[in-house]
Design a protein around this ligand. Structure first.
Ligand SMILES: Nc1ncnc2c1ncn2[C@@H]1O[C@H](COP(=O)(O)OP(=O)(O)OP(=O)(O)O)[C@@H](O)[C@H]1O
Ligand SMILES: [Mg+2]
Length: 303
């Protein structure tokens, strides 16, 4: 923990961080290239995790146009910006999403929050810490590329899930993103979701190609989180503004997303709970933390 984080922690006191900072798992969905399926994956993964009994918050941290609210036909009147300006409380801006997920519309508030002065940051910790105490997963839908606020989320997440498609430009952009994160920011834990693939084998190929270049040129191993099939029903669900998992839960892509959610549970759940889900193995990557996600997020300085 750096000096600023520890001084903020002292000022804020115990109540502002979660009672168990290890409870919430932060999943950041990102990509090198735009339009590869991040928002759809974020929404449907969140719904899948919620259907497994987890409390899930979905944070819209993308400043682009096609955002979560559009895909879900929600109209957030207030966003994090209004919380930062003191006009609204955090509970006023949270939206009830489909499948029992909660949505935190951030919009340009995510940029502002990193530029706040010390007192404002302490105020925000208090508000966001209240949410963090109650949730199992915070899923963050970021914009594509390496905007500073995106890197901030990526650097402080438990899992960086990189979405790539078989399109060559998607893969080269994914590699460029990984390269910057590894070489400039020493972030070196990534998992790939291969989206829009015509077969599981093609998904594996997307991963293996990326794995080969990151291993050869960056000396970094990346993991495979799974594939999502190219599915016209997903396109249909976008048009009708109803998430795939709700409109077509049996669709091929829906099954893939449920399988990825099970994979995430397998990585992050305690062993006792795994047994009840009949999941045998765990990578047990749960690591102990003493600071809350938001604390780390705000304290993180781009070098
Ligand atoms: N598995 C899939 N099968 C078929 N079409 C897909 C699939 N995944 C994504 N798409 C198509 O790609 C479009 C873009 O998806 P989405 O908005 O989730 O991408 P994004 O990465 O969030 O984009 P942006 O970078 O603009 O935020 C969808 O509207 C859909 O038409
Ligand atoms: Mg998007």
């Amino acid at each position: 923990m750096n000096d600023q984080a520890s001084s903020l922690r002292r000022i804020v006191g115990e109540n502002t961080t979660t009672s168990d900072p290890n409870r919430v798992k932060v999943l950041c969905i990102t990509s090198g290239k735009g339009g590869v399926g991040k928002t759809n994956i974020s929404i449907n993964l969140s719904i899948a995790l919620a259907s497994m009994g987890r409390k899930v918050f979905l944070l819209d941290a993308d400043l682009g146009l096609a955002n979560i609210d559009v895909l879900l036909n929600l109209t957030p009147i207030y966003t994090l910006e209004h919380v930062l300006s003191g006009e609204k409380s955090i509970n006023d801006i949270i939206l009830d999403g489909p499948g029992d997920i909660k949505i935190l519309p951030a919009s340009s508030g995510v940029v502002e929050m990193t530029e706040m002065d010390h007192d404002q940051q302490v105020h925000l910790f208090r508000k966001l810490g209240e949410i963090e105490r109650e949730i199992d997963y915070l899923v963050i839908d970021t914009g594509a590329g390496i905007a500073p606020h995106t890197l901030r989320f990526v650097a402080n997440s438990d899992e960086v899930l990189i979405v790539a498609t078989p399109e060559p430009s998607s893969m080269t952009d994914a590699y460029s993103l990984i390269k910057i994160m590894v070489t400039r920011y020493q972030i070196n834990k990534f998992r790939v979701i291969a989206n829009n693939v015509v077969s599981p084998a093609e998904g594996r190929q997307v991963y293996e190609r990326l794995q080969k270049v990151t291993r050869d040129f960056l000396k970094t191993d990346i993991d495979f989180m799974g594939h999502v099939l190219k599915d016209p029903l997903l396109v249909k669900s976008v048009r009708t503004q109803r998430p795939l998992l709700q409109s077509f839960p049996e669709a091929p892509a829906a099954r893939c997303l449920i399988s990825i959610a099970r994979g995430i549970e397998k990585i992050h759940k305690p062993v006792a709970a795994l047994k009840s889900l009949s999941i045998e193995h765990t990578e047990n990557v749960n690591h102990q933390r003493t600071t809350s996600f938001w604390e780390r997020l705000i304290s993180w300085r781009i070098s």
